[in-house]
Design a protein around this ligand. Structure first.
Ligand SMILES: [Zn+2]
Length: 90
């Protein structure tokens, strides 16, 4: 119950995770959700989400899309995009 006891965990020396960039996170985010990345990369991404609100929001949004379509590849093209393109090509 003592709140003061856990405050020393701020020191994370020794288990320092190699940081990755936001762009790298976005590139791998669908693989992350589909469990197609290495445990090492997974850990690094999870660390990134903890410290980056922007990527945490992207992860949240992507997760919703995956839940709707059941396929992370659906993210590449917004719904209706290919249909509109097809009509233009006619
Ligand atoms: Zn980020």
């Amino acid at each position: 119950m003592s709140a003061e006891h856990g405050s020393e965990q701020m020191q994370t020396s020794g288990t320092r995770v190699v940081e990755i960039s936001c762009e790298e996170v976005w590139r791998e985010i669908s693989n992350y959700l589909e469990d197609e990345i290495s445990a090492d990369l997974r850990t690094r991404m999870e660390e990134h989400f903890k410290g980056c609100k922007r990527c945490a929001a992207v992860l949240d949004g992507t997760r919703n899309v995956v839940r709707l379509f059941g396929d992370a590849t659906a993210i590449e093209l917004p719904a209706g995009f290919s249909e509109r393109l097809r009509q233009k090509l006619r």
